[in-house]
Design a protein around this ligand. Structure first.
Ligand code: ADP
Ligand code: MG
Length: 262
């Protein structure tokens, strides 16, 4: 079996972790340890991430919250193997990304992680159905005939299968992007400001849809600068200046997506 399909990582906890430390195991989909990412631009350096340590398990709906420039996209890109940290260790879905060969990285990108972007990133020349089918084809996932159609129906687009992106509203395009991301069954969904281009009502609908994708073996990470969105998370990881400054349930308690207002 492809090891990427074993959806969680087994990590040995530090043996100094007190009683029961030795041999204690932790199952995480995402395990970042002391991750830093520095960009060098001529004479100046920008530290986008500083000593970030983060564990995320299957079943979690995590919102990464922080102002513009706090390192959210960099964090997502590091987790999704689109960027390499300057220091630290990144183990995602069983792959040690800082040591992986190109071949392993390709497998990881196909089978472990799916991205949803603020600007949808659909192929303009492909219909909704073809966009979703493309995601399935790239991931080499074996699916039943009609799987792409079924997923599009599930996100409420059963009557838009043959529409091209420019014939769809922003919310509909984002739903196609979500369908494309979930059609493969990959255990990790990473969404970078997925509601940024959408009006409030559509944004709430998209968040509800993302939330529904969380499963026992699947985690969803949503990056946003919008504090209100964080209220619907299981867990809020707050970034400031490239550091995690808070990590826990939303202040004031979790609320249903439908209760959000912004
Ligand atoms: P966010 O998504 O929270 O707005 P980013 O992760 O995009 O933040 O950026 C974090 C910091 O790193 C910012 O100061 C940004 O200017 C800098 N940065 C991001 N990407 C690059 C890059 N490719 N080259 C240089 N600096 C970058
Ligand atoms: Mg960003």
């Amino acid at each position: 079996m492809d090891p990427t399909l074993d959806q969680s990582t087994t990590i040995h906890a530090p043996s100094s972790a007190g009683s029961g430390g030795l041999g204690r195991r932790e199952r995480s989909l995402i395990a970042l340890t002391d991750v830093s990412r520095t960009y060098v631009l001529g004479a100046s350096t920008v530290t986008a991430l500083r000593d970030v340590t983060l564990r995320v398990a299957g079943g979690e709906f995590v919102v990464v919250l922080g102002p513009s420039g706090s390192g959210k996209t960099t964090l997502l890109n590091v987790i999704g193997a689109l960027d390499t940290p300057t220091a630290g260790s990144v183990v995602v879905a069983g792959h040690d990304l800082t040591r992986a060969s190109r071949r392993e990285l390709t497998r990881f990108r196909r089978h472990a992680v799916s991205f949803i972007f603020q600007t949808f990133n659909l192929f303009p020349g492909l219909t909704a159905l073809e966009n979703v089918q493309f995601g399935i084809d790239v991931s080499l996932t074996r699916v039943e005939r009609g799987h792409a159609t079924e997923i599009l129906c599930r996100v409420g687009l059963g009557d838009r299968l043959r529409h091209f992106p420019h014939e769809l509203s922003g919310g509909e395009q984002q739903r196609v992007a979500i369908a494309r991301a979930v059609a493969t069954g990959n255990p990790l969904l990473l969404a970078d400001e997925p509601t940024g281009e959408l009006d409030f009502g559509t944004g709430v609908e998209i968040l509800a849809l993302l939330r529904e994708q969380v499963g026992e073996r699947r985690a969803v990470l949503v990056v946003t600068h919008n504090r209100e969105i964080a209220r619907a998370a299981d867990r809020v990881v707050e970034l400031s200046g490239g550091r995690i400054v808070a990590d826990g349930p939303p202040a004031g308690g979790q609320v249903p997506v439908e209760a959000l207002r912004w």
